[in-house]
Design a protein around this ligand. Structure first.
Ligand code: HEM
Length: 399
């Protein structure tokens, strides 16, 4: 076991504020870290995290992908794609790929543009909050409109999710399970409505689709499976892009030269999105459960352990990326795999949608606030499980 001086607490105020120095210490001093306090292992180097993401036979998702899921034993097998191992995962992923198609995503582009323009038109350029007045509002509308949620309920789903993910420092479990029950009840009702009358939305697509089961038979998805998928998509699709865009404005405020480069050449926007995902991506880690003993860096992680795969640390690993702590939209992206969307079989299903939303947002912000100042004293970070970023980024557009 590595006995290092570094103390890594993913539920501490220090972590929520800035995890990157902690990550560096982990990579250098304790590449296989064990937390006594919460009873989990953490991998932080790029090569170890990437290998673990790929090795689904050793690192199982079936007990959950957050510490509280794995340790609380609350995951119901088969409820959600993110909690499945092959072969279930393969069958479910090929089903949802049929509903979540590149065409369905491309078709969202006008919606994304319209929503972004609408929310920007409502902010006061002389002082507004990029996150709470803007970036928090549109991603949830995009994904829930794809699912088929009527407009008047979309923001409520976001507020329930915020409540569910919220953690006080030191708190591992959610105090917001009531909020999750409300979301589940809401989606359950909606599924019943669509079963009565199908429409042109993703819930209807999921109702109509069939999945191959373990015994080779083909059946439709149950209410529980569809509700689980809606909750996952509603969550994954809402929080992450919001966080990425908040961090983007802070990163570009601190690296003005690169904002200027984007202003001069919008074709750099996709590369900027990839760099933002690497440099300060919203998903810090995904957890797994070991199915066998793993020997790594002179340590044995016993079978049956919770292991945190610190993708955000791996993305700053100087063993993989040159000047890993430097924000550089022009960096050579072929150098190493960016783990911002995960890697391997569970890699982000919504990556294309997230990339499109992020690119369109940057494009609009470049027009809306070519010159801007961030009120650094007003920056506030979220304290949530798995995701990180800002809840508040106050800015002023300069005329
Ligand atoms: C910047 C935005 C986003 C980031 C950084 C992100 C990141 C991730 C990561 C790291 C995983 C891997 C989880 C694991 O290995 O356990 C993942 C999976 C997933 N993401 Fe995203 N995500 C983003 C946006 C979205 C959006 C917009 C959607 C949907 C609308 C989405 C839907 C999903 C789903 C369904 C999975 C599970 C896939 C599976 O288990 O096969 N994500 N995402």
């Amino acid at each position: 076991m590595t006995t290092a001086s570094v103390v890594f607490d993913p539920f501490s105020a220090e972590f929520f504020e800035d995890p990157y120095e902690m990550y560096r210490q982990l990579r250098d001093e304790a590449p296989v870290y064990y937390s006594d306090r919460y009873d989990f292992y953490a991998l932080s180097r790029h090569s170890d995290v990437a290998a673990a993401f790929k090795d689904f036979e050793t690192y199982s998702s079936a007990r959950g992908v957050t510490l509280e899921e794995i340790q609380g034993g609350e995951v119901q097998h088969g409820q959600s794609i993110i909690w499945m191992d092959p072969p279930d995962h393969r069958r479910m992923r090929s089903l949802v790929n049929k509903v979540f198609t590149p065409r369905a995503i491309t078709a969202q582009e006008p919606v994304v543009r319209e929503r972004i323009a609408y929310h920007l038109s409502r902010v006061d350029p002389s002082g507004f909050d990029v996150v709470s007045d803007f970036a928090a509002l549109f991603p949830v509308e995009v994904i829930t409109s794809m699912l088929g949620v009527p407009e008047q309920h979309r923001q409520q789903l976001r507020l329930w999710l915020d409540e569910f993910l919220q953690r006080a420092p030191g708190q591992i479990d959610s105090g917001g399970s009531d909020a999750m029950m409300k979301s589940a009840a809401f989606y359950y009702d909606l599924v019943q409505q669509r079963r009565a009358e199908l429409r042109d939305d993703m819930i209807s697509g999921l109702i109509a689709a069939e999945v191959e089961r373990e015994d080779g038979s083909r059946t439709s998805l149950s209410d529980e499976e569809i509700v689980g998928f809606c909750i996952l998509l509603g969550g994954a699709g809402a929080e992450t892009v919001t966080k990425l865009m908040g961090s983007a404005v802070v990163a570009f405020s601190r690296h003005r030269d690169q904002w200027e480069q984007l202003r001069a050449d919008r074709s750099k926007i996709p590369a900027a999105v990839e760099e933002l995902l690497r440099f300060d991506g919203p998903v810090q880690y995904d957890c797994r459960y070991t199915m066998r003993d793993v020997a790594l860096h002179n340590t044995v992680i016993p079978a049956g352990s919770a292991v945190m795969l610190l993708g955000a640390s791996a993305n700053r690993d100087e063993r993989a990326f040159t000047d890993a702590d430097t924000f550089n939209i022009n960096r050579n992206r072929a150098e190493a795999q960016n783990l911002g969307f995960g890697y391997g079989i569970h890699s982000c299903l919504g990556a294309a949608l997230a990339r499109m939303e992020s690119a369109i947002t940057l494009d609009h912000l470049l027009d809306f606030m070519p010159e801007f100042t961030v009120d650094y004293d007003g920056l506030k970070r979220v304290s949530m499980t798995s995701v990180s970023g800002y809840s508040n980024v106050p800015v002023r557009v300069q005329s």
